[in-house]
Design a protein around this ligand. Structure first.
Ligand SMILES: Nc1ncnc2c1ncn2[C@@H]1O[C@H](COP(=O)(O)OP(=O)(O)O)[C@@H](O)[C@H]1O
Ligand SMILES: [Mg+2]
Length: 310
């Protein structure tokens, strides 16, 4: 089969709460697949099921064609994983951590040696390879986790919010390395709560919310949906009529709370000009006017509720 990862109805409950609810998707060979959702959406639980750390209540997944429930060891052999919580032993050195992974995957000593040296050099950690991980900065730790994920030469890399909490520089470095892995033929499954990261990095993105897949689409298509959702927020000194506001060109939707108006539009500059005219014609004063990019939450609301906004 062509899919690098296939999730089929993955389901997991914790104390009656559906953490992951009938999640299905396919990650194609050679793509960077984004798994985008807010905190608590179910990203980590899904990843833990795919990587064999948590047993699904229902459903299964296939990694490189191997059923994770029936052939967990074979499935694991094809995966490199950067988990949400570091899997490095902080009392061991960087080198010792890599050796440990090598043993876990049954790598030949010579292969491990060569890969570890190459990766430590590429990730700028060679000179600290004999230092305990405890002394590493967050950025260094995260780079080591990527070395540990790559040392077994996996075809598929799974990363759970790898750039979360990193400084800009470190985050960019990691993203570059992820893209490079992909250019060399690797498949990437990357979870993130960062819309921009998903947009710039991924070929396709699944949006997950409250344990369910909301949509799977290309970033271009998702972006197109989002640009429809730019907001202009205006406060007038008097009440206005919703009916009147909706007549303004480029206004897709408007919400009204007394003197406070929220307008959704693909074209904020045009709406702002019209609003100024609108106010002048009616002798209204504009007390404040703001534009806002759509939040991830706006996109979710749009996709989940099919267009109705609070
Ligand atoms: N070990 C656990 N025990 C109880 N609840 C959990 C556990 N792991 C996750 N959850 C709950 O499952 C939901 C999904 O969590 P998680 O998969 O960590 O989401 P994400 O990674 O998208 O932030 C959340 O409501 C979380 O509180
Ligand atoms: Mg998580």
């Amino acid at each position: 089969m062509g899919a690098a990862i296939e999730a089929r109805n993955l389901t997991k409950q914790y104390n009656g709460v559906m953490a992951v609810n009938q999640v299905s998707f396919e990650v194609r060979e050679g793509e960077i697949f984004g798994f985008l959702g807010p905190n608590g959406a179910g990203k980590t639980t899904t990843i833990r099921m795919i990587t064999g750390l948590v047993k699904p209540d229902e459903g299964t997944a296939y990694v490189a064609g191997y059923d994770i429930l029936k052939e967990p060891v074979k499935a694991r052999q094809h995966l490199g994983v950067v988990p949400e919580v570091s899997n490095a032993y902080i009392d061991l050195t960087a080198w010792e951590n890599l050796v440990l992974i090598g043993k876990l995957y049954g790598l030949l000593r010579s292969v491990l040696q060569e890969n570890a040296v190459r990766l430590l050099r590429v990730f700028g950690l060679y000179h600290v390879k004999d230092r305990a991980v405890r002394s590493f900065s967050k950025g260094m730790k995260q780079r080591l986790l990527l070395c540990m994920a790559l040392v077994s030469e996996p075809e598929i890399l799974i990363l759970d919010e790898p750039t979360s909490g990193l400084d800009v520089e470190s985050a960019r470095f990691l993203r570059e390395k992820i893209v490079q892995f992909n250019r060399e033929g690797g498949t990437v499954f990357l979870s993130t709560h960062n819309m921009e990261e998903a947009n710039t990095l991924c070929h396709r993105v699944a949006i997950i919310n409250r344990g369910r897949i909301v949509t799977v689409d290309t970033p271009e298509n998702l972006r197109a949906r989002i640009t429809e959702l730019q907001r202009v927020e205006v406060v007038f000194d008097k009440h206005v009529e919703l009916r009147e506001l909706l007549k303004i060109r480029a206004v897709r939707r408007a919400l009204l709370a007394g003197c406070r108006v929220r307008i959704y539009t693909p074209n904020p500059p045009e709406v702002i000009e019209s609003i100024v005219d609108f106010a002048r014609e009616r002798s209204l004063r504009i007390l404040s006017l703001n534009t806002a990019a759509p939040s991830l939450e706006d996109v979710f609301l749009e996709l989940v509720k099919g267009g109705s906004v609070r």
